[in-house]
Design a protein around this ligand. Structure first.
Ligand code: NAP
Ligand code: F7E
Length: 350
């Protein structure tokens, strides 16, 4: 019988790529999703089969990281061999507006899950391996660049502080209770499935709409920030590899190259034969009370021990996202021209 995996955050960007990868590898995949007044399953719809069909290998359960009882119930139902904790309020800027909710989901949520897994292991004798989605944001404005597993943390947002809590709880459950628990310290990773309020997707969505006359201006915050941007499809492989090792450990996952938001604008708009300076305005509402200026990861350990390396680089990533969003913009234009849609979008939230 194949392995079973449980993914929290399965409706998010990484959850969808990881579900795809695990189903391809023959896993039965269980996902935790929140109840919402609208459907949030767009990113995993292509993987879903009616659960009555014999080949259905994706099973969804209602649950929430802040509701410990729901996690216990889902673990008992799914009986997973591996759990990937990807659920989070993952937006750094939003974490300044909702610090307590962010901490409840990211920090206490991870602890709820670790406790549920420990109790399940103790009562059934079944081992569960766990992956914790840690983040390069934990480094903040670290003195060292590039940042590696030995770089001290210096979190600069409620999100990063909560991720540091979850990171150390994961290590403590490994040391104190012998759980096979790993942290993947992942640097920014993007894709056409990236949420539209993160800067990469905000830029590729807007640029492709500007190209077709659906939008004139894009408002952004700090254009000088530098990030190490990789491709989400590559990064979920590293998550899986961590749980296939003999011993649990923590790994940085990154491309080793960093670019500014300005570089991202240049690459995107030039590909569309546009000049970004004609369309961008800086709006301080997108500034963060404390900013992380430069992140660049050193993924030597993942390369040497996991045999992992990124396949897609910056230019290829930008072009993949632009090509995808150009099609979306064309569909939107067709609807607008037919009088079936308006061009209003809630840009002030981005
Ligand atoms: P994402 O697209 O924002 O997805 C987050 C997922 O978490 C969604 O499925 C969301 O459900 C779910 N979620 C939020 N709050 C929840 C709660 N209280 N209970 C249960 N589920 C909840 O994030 P992502 O980019 O895929 O990132 C995956 C994980 O990696 C996150 O933990 C993030 O913090 C971390 N991370 C991401 C990056 C990156 O660059 N992408 C880098 C380092 C670490 P809904 O669909 O209902 O909103
Ligand atoms: O910002 C600057 C912003 O929101 C990147 C999450 O997945 O990666 C992500 O966090 C940079 C920042 O990602 C806008 O100030 C300028 O310096 O795309 P972002 P993030 O904050 O790096 C880490 C690794 C995670 O763990 C997180 O979950 O871009 N920026 N103007 C802007 N950012 C946004 N969102 N919107 C702007 O208008």
């Amino acid at each position: 019988m194949g392995k079973r995996a449980l993914i929290t955050g399965i409706t998010g960007q990484d959850g969808s790529f990881l579900a795809e990868l695990l189903i391809d590898k023959g896993y039965e995949v269980h996902g935790v999703m929140r109840r919402s007044s609208t459907f949030t399953t767009e990113r995993i719809e292509h993987l879903y089969r009616d659960i009555h069909e014999p080949d259905a290998r994706l099973k969804l359960h209602y649950g929430d990281l802040t509701d410990a009882s729901s996690l216990r119930r889902v673990i008992t139902l799914a009986q997973p061999d591996e759990v990937y904790n990807l659920a989070a309020q993952s937006h750094v800027r939003t974490s300044f507006d909702q610090p307590i909710y962010t901490a409840e989901t990211v920090a206490i949520g991870a602890l709820n899950l670790l406790e549920a897994i420990r109790d399940y292991r103790d009562s059934t004798g079944r081992e569960i391996r766990i992956y914790q989605a840690s983040s390069s944001e934990m480094y903040g404005n670290a003195r060292e660049c590039p940042q590696s597993e030995s770089t001290p943390f210096s979190p600069r947002s409620p999100y990063a502080c909560a991720k540091v809590h979850a990171f150390w709880q994961t290590i403590n459950y490994r040391d104190a209770y012998g759980l096979f628990a790993c942290n993947g310290v992942l640097f920014n990773h993007e894709s056409p499935r990236r949420g539209e309020t993160f800067v990469s997707r905000k830029i590729t969505r807007a640029a492709t709409r500007i190209k077709l006359g659906l939008q004139k201006t894009l408002y952004l915050g700090n254009l000088d920030a530098k990030r190490d941007w990789g491709y989400a499809g590559d990064y979920v492989e590293a998550m899986w590899l961590m749980l296939q090792q003999h011993d649990p450990d923590d790994y940085v996952v990154a491309t080793g190259q960093c670019h500014s938001v300005r570089d991202f604008l240049n690459e995107t708009f030039a590909y569309l034969d546009l000049d970004w300076q004609d369309h961008i305005e800086v709006d301080p509402r997108y500034f963060r009370p404390t900013e992380v200026h430069e992140l660049r990861g050193d993924a030597s350990k993942a390369r040497n021990l996991l045999g992992w390396k990124p396949r897609l680089r910056f230019r290829g990533l930008v072009r993949m996202m632009v090509d995808h969003d150009a099609k979306m913009a064309e569909q939107e234009k067709t609807l607008v021209d037919a009088g079936l849609a308006t061009t209003q979008m809630s840009h002030e939230w981005h």
